[in-house]
Design a protein around this ligand. Structure first.
Ligand code: ADP
Ligand code: MG
Length: 244
């Protein structure tokens, strides 16, 4: 699998001024650098875990804080998720989407580096370790719901090509220092070819479905959305653009 074209510093298309040299949006990290930033992926640095692997807090030499997602076990499927997440996150910049800092691929190690989100996931506040702190008042909840919707709307309508996330849930909405929502985890996302539309617009999930998924309470809704052809693995919206 050739990831060569992915592994060069990227520049997102957002916020570029003509004639001005923009700072690289993301870069390649060495494994050594990430070992040192995370104290050798120390258990005490662990922020969370998902299907792909564990996520660790780290600090770079310049003092900036990062989150590093480390692949659990190498497989072709995991390699695909890794490539998809980088391919897609590198294209987008929006205040309600998690920012990609870079990646690392050495041997069978696959790591993705993001900005650290100090208030962790929405799930941890609704049903997890942070729930007892009752930090989410109604004002914050509204702004998280609206922010998540704005991030998703940007992916659907403004990213080029359009993107569908396909894994919206409370553990994939992170919260920054101001409790602003940042949609994360693009491992299942798909790029939608230009001009492609859903054959049955009435089958598209409405915002209320999305809010139920964000609350993490509606298993039935999730099942019905999984039956929706838009969310089926094989469609015209393939992994185009990946160098594999
Ligand atoms: N940038 C981050 N800052 C803080 N915590 C994070 C960050 N990224 C991920 N996490 C934590 O790790 C968990 C798993 O991350 P995620 O990207 O969803 O991985 P997976 O692809 O394995 O599901 C999240 O639910 C969250 O608790
Ligand atoms: Mg996840």
């Amino acid at each position: 699998m050739a990831f060569g074209s992915l592994f060069c510093c990227g520049r997102s298309s957002e916020g570029r001024e003509p004639g001005k040299k923009a700072a690289p949006a993301w870069r390649v990290f060495s494994l050594k650098e990430l070992h040192s930033a995370t104290n050798n992926f120390n258990y005490d640095n662990k922020l969370g875990e998902g299907g792909f692997g564990s996520v660790y807090w780290g600090q770079l030499w310049d003092g900036s804080q990062i989150a590093v997602k480390r692949l659990k076990t190498w497989s072709t499927k995991a390699e695909m998720e890794f490539a998809v997440e980088i391919e897609i996150l590198a294209r987008v910049r929006h205040p309600n989407l998690l920012t990609l800092r870079g990646c690392c691929a050495e041997g069978k190690e696959r790591l993705i580096v993001y900005d650290y989100m100090p208030n962790l996931s929405l799930l941890s506040h609704l049903h997890g370790q942070q729930a007892a702190g009752c930090l989410l008042d109604w004002g914050r909840r509204m702004s998280i719901a609206i922010g998540s919707a704005e991030g998703i709307a940007y992916l659907h309508h403004h990213a080029t090509p359009h993107i569908i996330h396909r894994d919206i849930k409370a553990s994939n909405v992170l919260l920054d220092s101001e409790f602003q929502a940042r949609v994360a985890d693009f491992g299942f996302a798909k790029l939608i070819p230009d001009g492609a539309t859903h054959s049955k617009p009435e089958k598209r999930p409405i915002m209320l479905d999305v809010v139920d998924l964000l609350k993490g309470v509606s298993k039935e809704k999730l099942l019905s959305l999984e039956d929706n052809e838009l969310f089926k693995p094989e469609s015209t919206a393939g992994y185009q653009g990946l160098s594999m």
